[in-house]
Ligand binder design. Sequence first.
Ligand SMILES: [Zn+2]
Length: 189
Amino acid sequence: MLLILLLGVVLMNQPRPRKSAYLVLDPGHGGRDPGAVDPNSGTRESDLNLAQALTLKEYLVALGYTVGFTRTTDVFVPLAERTRMAQAQGARVFVSVHHDTPTAPGPGVYYSAHPLSRSLAERIAAVLRGAWVRPSSASRFGRLYIDDFPGPAVLVEFGPTRPVSREERIARAQAVASPIASYVQEVVV
Ligand SMILES: [Zn+2]
């Protein structure tokens, strides 16, 4: 009896795992909307986004997280539909995966109006060399669809739209998976 009580106390004092917190990756554009297109190589942002998100998923799953998607193939998904899909899946965190215009100088991260979004953006930007961090209100649209998500939401511009090697994609996924994971552990209960 005492042993069972002691065991109960020990188990109760363990930090509770929060890995069940569900996050949704949102590969931007797709289908009839290619996003940015590199005129030199013909590289389409929509393809880069999907490949980057699928690679990122591998690392998050390896860390024990459950990951959902707004698209896993080259299909068109309306913006309003994306945050709705994430909510319907029970997502706690929304991470949109994009690439910038071909002439963009480097990566960057937008954060939504939700009060916990900025810290996620800063953690992600810290592992992407030279990345900026901006509120969605600073985008050229004045707001971004990530603002429609009721929880923490960020939109990552992984870099300019141009050919991205497999090694580069893996390196980015590996780098970004850790801050997302630690954020979910520490911030999202
Ligand atoms: Zn985009």
